[in-house]
Structure formats: structure tokens, C-alpha cells
Design a protein around this ligand. Structure first.
Ligand code: PEP
Length: 252
């Protein structure tokens, strides 16, 4: 059985003080839902403050990105070891990283390996753009992102991964995918290539999330799907009632 998993991606929002206020507001409600693995991913600048506030809770902390090298002359970057000091998780390959910062499957792959080597669990994002979707390329794009982004792992590492299928056209647009459509993509183009890489047992153990305009109103529909184990939530993770309701919906 896969434990439901809901992560909030705050993106580039909240100062340290604003993060403290939101975490203080959110934690009591989230604490009351232990059936779901709950993860919050604030900006780097707030990780230390949020980590102190989450100490003693079972709510996980995640970073939104990291570099693959351990240290050195990489101005502006954060290493896997630095992330590991504070975080259990790291979001990798988010479509905004791919679109605005030139991330490719090969760099996502390096980061995934570096995260795992430092005992940080990657939440790996895949998903097709609107143009790719309209050109009928969803299968090819998502399969490639899984195969190239996740190749070469130790077989024992594969089941610990978390993957988020996030169609780019659904992110921040208010236009979510249909639950059935997302489930089909996950079954055919996420779990199947994963099984080809690491075997059926690993592919069935991996938690696969849906992401893209998930709200308190539509979350339950996604969570009813057999291959969807939770959500990666952007906008709605910045509002306590919405995020708490999404986590609650994942209880089933
Ligand atoms: C995201 O940032 O991963 C995301 C899914 O955003 P939103 O929920 O706002 O569409």
C-alpha cells in the first residue's frame, strides 16, 4: 500500500516572517491528518525558520531545487549536502525550472542521483507542454522524461522516489487535467517506463502525484484514481484552509 502524499510548493512566495505566520497557521490542522505524508516546500531563505517550526512534527520539509555538485565555485547554487542538513525532500525538474532555467532530463538525472546519494528524497516533476499535448506528443515526452531523468539509479533506490505528473498547461492556469486523463498518463507513461527501468515491484511502490491547478474542490476526484497517490500543490498550498482540505481529501 502506498501512503498518500501531498506536498505544497510555495514557489517564489513568502518572506521569512510571512512563512512563519503561514506555518503557524497551518501546522495544527496538518498535524491532525497523520494518514497522509505532508510536505511543505518553501523558498531556500525560509527553510531554516520553517525547519525549526516543524521540529517535533511529522510534517516534512522540502527544497524546490538544488545543484548536483557537493561544493565549489557555483555561485548562487545550493548543494545536496546543504539541502540534506534541513530537508527530507527536494523538488527536481519542475516545469518552471525547465522553462526558465534550461533544465534538461540529463541535468534532472544528475540531481536525482545527487539527492539520493545524500539521503534526500527527490520529488521528480514530469509533464508535457500545451504545444506537445496538442501535437499528440504526451506519451513520447513523459516517457522520455521518466527514462532519461531516472536512468542509472541503484535498483534499491527506485522505490523511494516520488514522481509528480504535472501537465505544464495545467500549472497555475486554473485548468486542471481530468482525473481519468491524468490517471491514464501516469499508468501508461510513468509507471510503465518505470517498470521497464526497475521492474514492476518498484514501479508499483513509487508514489506518483498529480499536479496542476489542484484545489480543495477537485482534489478528491484525483485521489480516487488508482494510480494517483496524492498531489503537488502550488497556488492552493499558500492558503491554510485550501491546503488542509486537499490533505484531508487524500485520506480517502
Ligand atoms: C506546481 O507548482 O507544481 C503547481 C502544480 O502549481 P498550481 O497548483 O498552482 O497549478
Amino acid at each position: 500500500m502506498r501512503k498518500p502524499f501531498v506536498a505544497g510548493n510555495w514557489k517564489m512566495n513568502k518572506t521569512i516572517e510571512q512563512a512563519r505566520v503561514l506555518i503557524a497557521d497551518m501546522v495544527p490542522g496538518l498535524q491532525a491528518i497523520p494518514e497522509v505524508e505532508r510536505v511543505i516546500c518553501p523558498p531556500f531563505t525560509s527553510l531554516l525558520a520553517v525547519s525549526a517550526m516543524l521540529a517535533g512534527t511529522e510534517i516534512g520539509l522540502g527544497a524546490q531545487n538544488m545543484f548536483w555538485e557537493n561544493s565549489g565555485a557555483y555561485t548562487g547554487e545550493i548543494s545536496p549536502g546543504m539541502v540534506a542538513e534541513l530537508c527530507k525532500y527536494v523538488i527536481l525538474g519542475h516545469s518552471e525550472r525547465r522553462t526558465y532555467f534550461g533544465e534538461k532530463d540529463v541535468t534532472v538525472n544528475r540531481k536525482v542521483k545527487a539527492a539520493l546519494a545524500n539521503a534526500v528524497i527527490p520529488i521528480v516533476c514530469v509533464g508535457e507542454t500545451l504545444a506537445e499535448n496538442e501535437a499528440g506528443q504526451t506519451a513520447a515526452v513523459v516517457t522520455r522524461q521518466i527514462k532519461e531523468g531516472l536512468q542509472g539509479l541503484e535498483p534499491a533506490q527506485a522505490p523511494t522516489l516520488v514522481i509528480a505528473y504535472e501537465p505544464v498547461w495545467a500549472i497555475g492556469t486554473g485548468r486542471a487535467a481530468t482525473a481519468e486523463g491524468a490517471n491514464q498518463v501516469i499508468a501508461a507513461y510513468v509507471r510503465k517506463p518505470l517498470a521497464e527501468l526497475y521492474g514492476e515491484v518498484a514501479a508499483q511502490a513509487v508514489r506518483v502525484l498529480y499536479g496542476g491547478s489542484v484545489t480543495a474542490a477537485n482534489a478528491a476526484e484525483f485521489f480516487r484514481q488508482p494510480d494517483i497517490d496524492g498531489a503537488l500543490v502550488g497556488g492552493a498550498s499558500l492558503k491554510t484552509p485550501d491546503f488542509t482540505a486537499i490533505v484531508q481529501a487524500a485520506v480517502g
